[in-house]
Design a protein around this ligand. Structure first.
Ligand SMILES: Cc1ncc(C[n+]2csc(CCOP(=O)(O)OP(=O)(O)O)c2C)c(N)n1
Ligand SMILES: [Mg+2]
Length: 359
């Protein structure tokens, strides 16, 4: 779906265009695909078929509309919940599932934690588990790109809780001083695992923290694809015109658990969840598409079925893909393997032959 991105990458001072109505069904399909894959991955983890997963339910509009507003040449620095962004960048579902399983199709050769994927060709940096580290990486990359004369921006994704991290301060401060072409996209999903937004900071909004660093901060309804697209387009225009960074606070809600290792019923109420479910971003966009006559109940059903089929077929293929050869653990460490490493590789060959280690 990388072809869904719209901009030319050229610096421009003109007002960016709004999201065109004819792109809405395609954007909606990507949101549905993210939701379907998300639900499937949660159950795959429960069945022991993948090890770990971090869901994005409730944040699809913010992620997909934001990624839609970027150029394919822009570098994405995700946190760990950005499946919607990965799908817009064009990362195939099968490749993601290969990583979750850690099979031989996984370009990281099973070495990364499940759900911590990254792909150079999609300009999608490996997920950051230590919260906030991706923020300063995004700023440094933006400064390097500007020095090289590349007309791109970088974008760091992070959550409300991450605004309390050292890297948030260091990254935003640096970006402000050097006017780095970086977008800071904070998905305020109201919770940092079990810590609610109101206990995270005494600031009235997270966006207002930008003013201390000398650049604009914008609050946007993260369930509204149009609003998100507009603010990201404008932030990108500013970045490329040399006007510096922007902090965007997209207000959303994490409808699911923090990760497959979390049970949110232990710290938040059913009433709160029910209230936010009313604002499900997928239902909101579907309602708009119905009103515009761009979808019918029948064609919508087909969108969901197609997404389920796509994920099902990719899963079948990923589960049929061979495991990673354990001998690959000796690769990619030294340009010329050391004698000690060669000896260990031979020992591994022996273990494989004896059947002590299975491929
Ligand atoms: C430096 C660091 N401290 C603590 C953690 C544990 N941790 C993992 S996710 C998380 C919450 C982050 O919340 P937020 O930034 O709001 O993002 P969300 O998970 O809600 O998307 C914490 C505290 C960590 N990964 N790294
Ligand atoms: Mg959060």
């Amino acid at each position: 779906m990388a072809d869904a991105t719209t901009s030319s990458g050229a610096a421009s001072s003109s007002i960016p265009a709004d999201l065109a109505a004819e792109t809405l069904p395609s954007l909606y399909r990507t949101m549905v695909l993210a939701r379907v894959m998300d639900e499937r991955c949660l159950s795959l983890q429960r069945q022991g078929r993948i090890g770990f997963y971090v869901p994005l339910q409730g944040q699809e509009a913010a992620q997909v509309a934001c990624a839609w507003a970027l150029d394919a040449a822009d570098w994405v620095f995700p946190a760990y919940r950005e499946l919607g962004v990965a799908l817009v960048r064009g990362v195939p579902v099968k490749l993601l599932l290969d990583q979750f399983i850690g099979n031989s199709g996984d370009e990281m050769k099973g070495r990364q934690m499940p759900n911590h994927y990254g792909y150079r060709r999609f300009k999608f940096v490996t997920a950051s588990s230590p919260v906030g580290t991706q923020i300063s990486h995004a700023v440094g990359t933006a400064m390097a790109a500007r020095r090289r004369g590349d007309a791109i921006c970088t974008i760091a994704f992070f959550g409300d809780g991450t605004t309390s991290s050292n890297d948030f301060h260091a990254g935003l401060n640096f970006a402000g001083v050097y006017r780095a072409p970086t977008l800071f996209f904070c998905q305020n999903n109201q919770w940092a695992i079990s810590l609610p937004r109101e206990r995270q900071t005494a600031s009235e909004t997270l966006a207002m923290k930008a003013s201390a660093y000398g650049f604009p901060g914008v609050v946007v309804d993260g369930t509204d694809v149009h609003a998100v697209y507009r603010v990201v387009r404008e932030a990108r225009r500013r970045a490329l015109a040399g006007e510096g960074p922007t902090l965007i606070e997209a207000q959303v809600y994490r409808l699911g658990p923090h990760s497959t290792s979390d049970d949110p019923r232990r710290y938040r109420s059913d009433a709160e969840l029910a209230q936010w479910k009313e604002r499900d971003p997928i239902a909101r966009l579907k309602h708009e598409l119905l009103t515009l006559g761009l979808v019918t109940e029948e064609s919508d059903q087909k969108v969901w079925e197609a997404a389920k089929e796509l994920v099902g077929a990719a899963l079948k293929e990923a589960e049929a893909t061979a495991p990673v050869d354990p001998r690959t653990m000796f690769d990619d460490v030294f340009a010329r393997p050391t004698p000690a490493l060669e000896e260990q590789r031979r020992a591994m060959d022996g273990l494989l032959k004896e059947g002590v280690v299975r491929p």
